[in-house]
Design a protein around this ligand. Structure first.
Ligand code: GDP
Ligand code: GDP
Length: 444
């Protein structure tokens, strides 16, 4: 099941970030506990009315921070670009305007663009901080985008109405019951790392392509192949390079497209270009995979083009390990999409990671494990001298594996102890290539 991607668009200063932070604020604290992934948040998961979705601060993704000193023409150009990007890549759009400023020419221009899409658009009139101000929203009927919903991101007023309207538009939930579950592999990476080449190589080697599903506007192009008698779907992010109104640079590498491919996969192959070395964008993409709790394999591509001596491999591997410390459980594979070297191993690794994600540790075994782990290193509390006890553990979920540890006071457990338990679990049970989730709960 895919989570819808919701883009927030609008002029600078209307309150997009404030609303965004309100939506994902609580989740954020949890994510930032994952070492190595702390950074400015531009997207995050949230839910409303039982529907989970990913919200994206489109402006931040496209342009970084808004610079208030930019000329107005440039600001307007950027706002339009946001809207176009959202139309192309998101499932639904929240168009935010400023109720105190009233209707501006720039808002009207963006509305012109948004009216061309069949995707749901919710018109949120922000900064309606009081009952009287709620009435300010009516002038935005002129935009012809349906009912303007008054809200205040700041005070949390009306935000529920905006979300009601939004989730109303989501397609009915389908649980893919008819569709048989099988391994889905996404190929992700920055432009030119060799995603298309690798995909073609994988398809070329496996002659029996069963069902090339033509790419819709929603999804990247999927191809299902048969590998050792089992179907594997390859999700390609490079495949669609739509010409269109979207600006250059944006069309080539789209964070939203990468995000969507990651959301839809079980295991992501994160490609790195050996000839260019590791870049911040590479680690950022790996961070996205970890946050989505998907399986991950680090693939060093173009290995054929590297001049090697006997140390090169180990040195490069060392560099990858160092840069990707936050996914020290990810297999690293050196390949050449060009020559095909070791490419066939990738699917074996992906199958193995998929199996690791489905592993379930029986409760009795888990509790033996817990006793031993605690004996080796007693739990650390966030407060000095606090009395902390871990009672028992269960694994209620797979894909990804989730472990619940019950304590006398779950909130007392120091985060580094989660890291300790994770390391012990990995030592004993593997879980190579998949994030695992550890949660502490208080037992009454
Ligand atoms: P963005 O540029 O669209 O992301 O806007 P920001 O979220 O950075 O907000 C711009 C300014 O508007 C900040 O000073 C916010 O505190 C303020 N702001 C955001 N939401 C509200 C609101 O509901 N009411 C009022 N009065 N101010 C708000
Ligand atoms: P994408 O943008 O990630 O889809 O990258 P492409 O598959 O289009 O590849 C970008 C460039 O790198 C092309 O010129 C490819 O021929 C080249 N390339 C891809 N894989 C390899 C490889 O394994 N070795 C070498 N030497 N070049 C490669």
């Amino acid at each position: 099941m895919t989570k819808p991607i919701v883009a927030i668009v609008g002029r600078p200063n209307v309150g997009k970030s404030t609303f965004f932070n309100r939506l994902i604020g609580e989740r954020r604290a949890i994510i930032e506990d994952i070492p190595g992934t702390t950074r400015d948040r531009l997207y995050g998961d949230t839910f409303w009315n039982g529907r989970e979705f990913t919200v994206v601060d489109t402006a931040g993704i496209l342009f970084g921070d808004d610079d208030p000193t930019l000329p107005e023409a440039e600001i307007n150009r950027r706002t339009r670009a946001q809207a176009e990007h959202a139309i192309a890549e998101a499932d639904a759009i929240i168009f935010m305007v400023d109720g105190r400023d009233g209707l501006t020419a720039a808002d009207a221009e963006v509305a012109d663009i948004l009216r061309t899409t069949a995707k749901p658009v919710v018109l949120a009139v922000n900064k309606c901080d009081s009952q009287e101000r709620m009435l300010d929203a009516v002038e935005f009927y002129a935009l012809n985008l349906g009912d303007p919903i008054p809200m205040s991101a700041f005070h949390g007023l009306g935000t529920g109405d905006v979300l009601d309207r939004l989730t109303e538009h989501f397609p009915p939930q389908t649980f893919d019951q008819a569709e048989e579950r099988h391994l889905r592999v996404a190929i992700v990476g920055r432009p030119n790392v060799g995603k298309s080449s690798l995909l073609n190589r994988l398809l070329g080697q496996e002659r029996s392509v069963v069902s090339p599903i033509p790419g819709t506007t929603r999804d990247p192009i999927d191809t299902t192949i048969t590998y050792h008698g089992e179907p594997i779907t390859l999700i390609d992010t490079a495949g669609i390079r739509r010409a269109g109104k979207i600006e250059r640079g944006i069309e080539k590498y789209s964070v939203l497209r990468t995000l969507r491919a990651i959301e839809r996969c079980d295991v992501a192959l994160v490609l790195i270009d050996a000839t260019e070395g590791i870049t911040a964008q590479d680690t950022h993409i790996a961070g996205m995979v970890v946050e989505a709790n998907k399986g991950i394999i680090l693939v060093v591509n173009k290995w054929d083009a590297v001049v090697k001596d006997s140390h090169t491999y180990y040195e490069f591997e060392e560099r990858v390990r160092e840069a990707f410390k936050f996914v020290d459980y990810a297999p690293i594979v050196f390949v050449s999409a060009l020559t095909g070297q070791r490419v066939s191993h990738l699917l074996d690794y992906a199958r193995e990671v998929y199996a690791q994600r489905q592993k379930r540790v029986p409760t009795s075994e888990l509790n033996t494990f817990l006793r031993e782990a605690v004996l080796q290193q007693p739990p650390m509390a966030v407060k000095k001298g606090a009395h902390l006890r871990l009672y028992y553990a269960v694994q209620p979920q797979t894909e990804p594996p989730v472990f619940l540890f019950f304590a006398n006071d779950g909130e007392l457990v120091h985060w580094s102890y989660a890291r300790y338990l994770e390391n012990r679990l990995r030592e004993r049970y593997g879980f190579q290539g998949t994030p695992i989730v550890i949660v502490f709960r208080s037992r009454e």
